[in-house]
Ligand binder design. Sequence first.
Ligand SMILES: CCCC/C=C/CC(=O)SCCNC(=O)CCNC(=O)[C@H](O)C(C)(C)COP(=O)(O)OP(=O)(O)OC[C@H]1O[C@@H](n2cnc3c(N)ncnc32)[C@H](O)[C@@H]1OP(=O)(O)O
Length: 341
Amino acid sequence: MLLRRVYKQHRWLASHVKFLSTQKSSIDIKVDNDGIAILNLQRPPVNSFSMDFLKELSKSLDFVENNKITAMILTSAFPRVFSAGLDINEVYKPDAVRFKEFWTTLQEVWMKLFGARFITAAAINGQSPAGGCLMAMSCEYRVMIKGTFTIGMNETSLGLIAPTWFMELVKNTINVRDAEYAFTTSRMFTPEEALKVRLIDEIAADKDDAIAKCKRFIKKFDEITPSARINTKMKLRGPAIKKLQNTRQEDTEEIYQLVIHPDTQKVAIFQLYSSPVSANPAIITGYDPMEVCIENCAQCKKMLGAWFEGQLCAESCIKYRGKMIPDCENYASISPFLNKL
Ligand SMILES: CCCC/C=C/CC(=O)SCCNC(=O)CCNC(=O)[C@H](O)C(C)(C)COP(=O)(O)OP(=O)(O)OC[C@H]1O[C@@H](n2cnc3c(N)ncnc32)[C@H](O)[C@@H]1OP(=O)(O)O
């Protein structure tokens, strides 16, 4: 009887979710026949977390919770990127009110994901720096697919400091020494290295295999009394959530002050238009024509939008070390970076 009700509910959810996912959403939710919700992140190009995307993730987590779905797997619809982390556009020249709302939304998503009553697992099917790593780390189990992808906390390479609650989470997952080394040096881990320090729990051949392995983890709880599982999880995770709840405003203010610091802004603009994970921001500290060059690329991108190849422009600044600075109002200087759409 109970089984029949659960099955019926899953069938209803499956059709309901299909309806939701036709609304051009950035998250595709499918509830499979085992009653597991698969959340596919699909915000082009790289699943970076803008405020709207975070709000959608927050609603998706509510959907899983409110419909009493027992487990969720977080993954990406893209073949090479799980998530590029926070959207640098939210960090570059931020409006104070918007940035604070953005950060508050991130805190809220983290508390919902980390403190979810349902079982959570991440199938990490591509690059997963910074905020991407945060989302995966907030789940109870992580499976990463093998390949040339990396995962890690590269905040310091962007001139940023990860929030304390993220540092605590990593310190409680891998050992303190590895966490300190990884955070301070912006170390990115290959899947094999990540497994060695237990940043992830398993390696998979591909996305299907990663999802199958996440499901195998979820299945383990068939043998465990649900209330015992939930209460144990809450006892383990509750104090960290409470700590953030009590310090949300200070946390937001601290991050905002950090983000608006001129050094952070220099790196943010570089990050926006160059090849990020491997970038060395040291090359743009202090006055530098290259810095002006990259700033101008950003300006042209703002003015011309999709017509302008911002990354190509930044790469050209780097290649020619700022010797050819684009002028957005001079066609000849920007024509190499204009595309035909
Ligand atoms: C607020 C401070 C508190 C501290 C917390 C910080 C946490 C963070 O998450 S900060 C963000 C950290 N993220 C990164 O450093 C990753 C940056 N991106 C990459 O390394 C790469 O893009 C990638 C490895 C994820 C993917 O590489 P791939 O070669 O496939 O794609 P790209 O050509 O590099 O990028 C395509 C496209 O996407 C734009 N983009 C990439 N990352 C971001 C991002 N985080 N935010 C916004 N936009 C991003 C990139 O500029 C390209 O755009 P165009 O096609 O328009 O040039």
